[in-house]
Design a protein around this ligand. Structure first.
Ligand code: G
Ligand code: G
Ligand code: MN
Ligand code: NA
Length: 253
C-alpha cells in the first residue's frame, strides 16, 4: 500500500529516470540503438531497480502512467542519443507491459508522443514479452497491429524463457527476436544452450526477423554469436545501462 503511494508520489515529483543500454552490431561493435530502462531515484533509498516496483505498478495499473512517461522521456532523449552515435540513426527500444496493452488509449498515446517530439516512428522499437500475448491475445493482436501500422517495430523480449509458442511468432508482427540472457551466458559452457541459440537465430531468420542476443559479457561469446550470424548484441561487453549524461560513444568496442 505504501509502495503504491510511493510510486504515485514519484510520478508527481519526477523521481523516475531512464538509463540507456547500447544495442550494437555484433560484427563491428557500432551502436545500432538503445534500450530504455526505467529506474526510481528514491529520495532516501537511492536508485531503485525496476524489479522492485514494476510488479506493483503493473498490479495497480500505475504502469499505464509510468509506461507513458517512459515512452515520452525516451522520445525526448532521442535527438541526444542520436548525436552519440555519429553516423548512424539509432533505434530506441521501450518496454511495454501487459497491462499497458490493455489500455484503449495506448495507440493514440503513442501517436501523440511521437508527434510531440518528432520521433521518427521507424526508429521506435517496442519490446514485449510473451505474457502479453498469452494474457490478452485478441487485444494484443489488434493493438500491436496498429502500432506496426504507425511504422514502429516490435521486439519479442526474453525469448526462450517463456512459452516460446511458435504461433506467437506467426500471429504477431514481430520484427526482432531478443534471445534471453540465460542462454547467452551459458552458451560457451553448455552445448545445449549453444544449440538453442543457434536454432533460435535460424528460426528468426527464416521468418524474416532479426536477432538481438542479450547479456553478452565477453568477446568470446560475441565472436561465437557473430559466427552464427546474429545481427545485434546487448550486454556488459558493449556497455551497461547508464544515464544519458554518462553515455559515451561506443562504436568499435
Ligand atoms: O536492467 P534492469 O534491471 O533495469 O531491467 C529489469 C527489467 O525491467 C527488465 O526485464 C526490463 O524489461 C524491465 N523494464 C525496465 N524498464 C521498463 C519499463 O519502462 N517498462 C516496463 N514495462 N518494463 C521495464
Ligand atoms: O528482462 P530484460 O532482459 O529486459 O532485463 C535486462 C536485465 O539484464 C537488466 O537488469 C540489465 O541490467 C541486465 N543486463 C543487461 N546486460 C547484462 C549483462 O551483460 N550481464 C548481466 N548479468 N546482466 C545484464
Ligand atoms: Mn527488454
Ligand atoms: Na530480456
Amino acid at each position: 500500500l505504501s509502495l503504491a503511494h510511493g510510486i504515485t508520489r514519484a510520478l508527481k515529483n519526477d523521481e523516475f529516470e531512464l538509463h540507456y543500454q547500447p544495442i550494437c552490431n555484433i560484427s563491428d561493435g557500432c551502436v545500432a540503438g538503445f534500450e530504455a530502462l526505467v529506474r526510481w531515484r528514491h529520495p532516501t533509498d537511492g536508485l531503485v531497480p525496476p524489479m522492485d516496483f514494476l510488479w506493483l505498478a503493473e498490479q495497480t495499473g500505475l504502469i499505464r502512467e509510468l509506461g507513458l512517461w517512459t515512452l515520452e522521456r525516451a522520445c525526448r532523449d532521442w535527438p541526444n542519443l542520436r548525436q552519440l552515435t555519429n553516423h548512424e540513426t539509432p533505434f530506441i527500444s521501450v518496454n511495454l507491459s501487459a497491462t499497458q496493452l490493455t489500455s484503449k488509449t495506448l495507440v493514440n498515446d503513442v501517436k501523440a508522443v511521437i508527434a510531440r517530439y518528432g520521433m521518427p516512428t521507424t526508429q521506435l522499437k517496442l519490446e514485449l514479452t510473451e505474457t502479453v500475448m498469452i494474457e490478452h491475445p485478441e487485444v494484443a493482436q489488434e493493438i500491436l497491429s496498429s502500432l506496426v501500422e504507425l511504422g514502429s517495430n516490435l521486439a519479442l523480449d526474453d525469448y526462450g524463457t517463456g512459452y516460446s509458442g511458435l504461433d506467437h511468432l506467426q500471429r504477431y508482427p514481430i520484427g526482432t527476436l531478443k534471445i534471453d540472457r540465460a542462454f547467452i551466458s551459458r552458451m560457451l559452457e553448455s552445448e545445449q544452450s549453444q544449440e538453442i541459440v543457434r536454432s533460435s537465430i535460424a528460426l528468426a531468420h527464416s521468418l524474416g526477423m532479426n536477432v538481438v542476443a542479450e547479456g553478452i559479457e565477453t568477446r568470446a561469446v560475441r565472436d561465437a554469436l557473430s559466427n552464427m550470424g546474429c545481427e545485434f548484441g546487448q550486454g556488459w561487453h558493449f556497455g551497461k545501462p547508464v544515464a544519458l549524461q554518462d553515455l559515451v560513444l561506443l562504436c568499435g568496442v
